[in-house]
Design a binder for this molecule. Sequence first.
Ligand code: NAD
Length: 346
Amino acid sequence: MSTLRVVQWGLGAMGSGMARLVAGKEGLQLVGGIDTRPEYVGRPLGEVLGLDTDLGATVTDDPSSVLNKDDVDCVIIATTSWVKEQIDDLRTILSAGINCVSIAEEMASPEAQSPEAARELDDLAKANGVSIIGTGVNPGLSMDTLVVALTAGCLEVTSIEATRVNDLSPYGPTVMRTQGVGLSEEEFLAGVEDGSVDGHIGFPESARMISDALGLGIDRIEQKREPIVSTVRRETPHITIEPGMVAGCKQTLLGYRGDEVVLTLVHPQQVLPELEGQGTGDYITIHGTPEVSMQINPEYAGGKATQAIAVNVVPRIVEATPGLKNMLDIPMTGALVGPSAYRRRV
Ligand code: NAD
């Protein structure tokens, strides 16, 4: 396969990292950058990314000026978490006849919460002969794709538990607010009620991916968001948490088949968990034959993993048959270490 030309849409914390990765990968070429930030628009893309080359492109806030299918093979979009906020931009990309990778959490399996949008995107992609996928560390890898991969050698699976314990301290003010960090317990609970505390976005999508892939038959999910109240002082560049304040959000999903819980997902996210003796990690247990137990310590680093998987999947989604895909529909994605990774295998 020849060099794949990539446009990065959204040059924030994740998108700028992806763009730098694309710019440095053999077999990929960064040909454009889109963002609405006034301080970026009109400046050389390489300069905005802190590279010592201008990459021959300037950052634009006008997608139509760069989305030409003769010049672009794939757009990676990193702008928001929600299908309803991203769908207009996804329509623009697919209608231009260009493949798309999104890291919006709800795009990992849009069938889970936006079935009409999922059908529309599938139809639009097929009509334009391209494909679209949602990915990221979670959803997209650590609590769904890895879970399904571990069951490949099981004679039978009765139930599954996956837990991801991570540290929120590298993240900025938006994440602190949406996770309820720094609130009192009462404020946190009120925020969950009024929707201002989101917690983790993506559990319904992970559950849908796992259930569909294995035929697990989940017919109902329940989600719970609980405050993690600190007993010690915790301080990051963005926030200071005094004892008694909320340091994070523990989110739990139960997936039922009838009355039976067949899937449990647990995701306690907090700043500096080690200050209370809590290490980070990813833990998956498959109950069945054989029993399978996996742990990754410390956690699979979320920011780096999201940037990497969005880039590593580009050749897969360019090669894929047209339509809406998820990470379990396409051949297994690995790191793009050398040019042989681009060889078509299916
Ligand atoms: P960020 O706020 O740092 O960056 C978003 C960028 O997109 C900003 O520069 C903003 O100006 C730009 N933008 C927003 N809407 C735009 C539009 N319509 N057109 C052009 N530019 C636009 O956010 P981030 O940390 O880079 O994360 C991006 C999204 O990805 C978040 O919603 C985050 O929750 C999600 N995410 C998902 C995963 C996953 O595992 N699936 C992992 C990390 C982040």
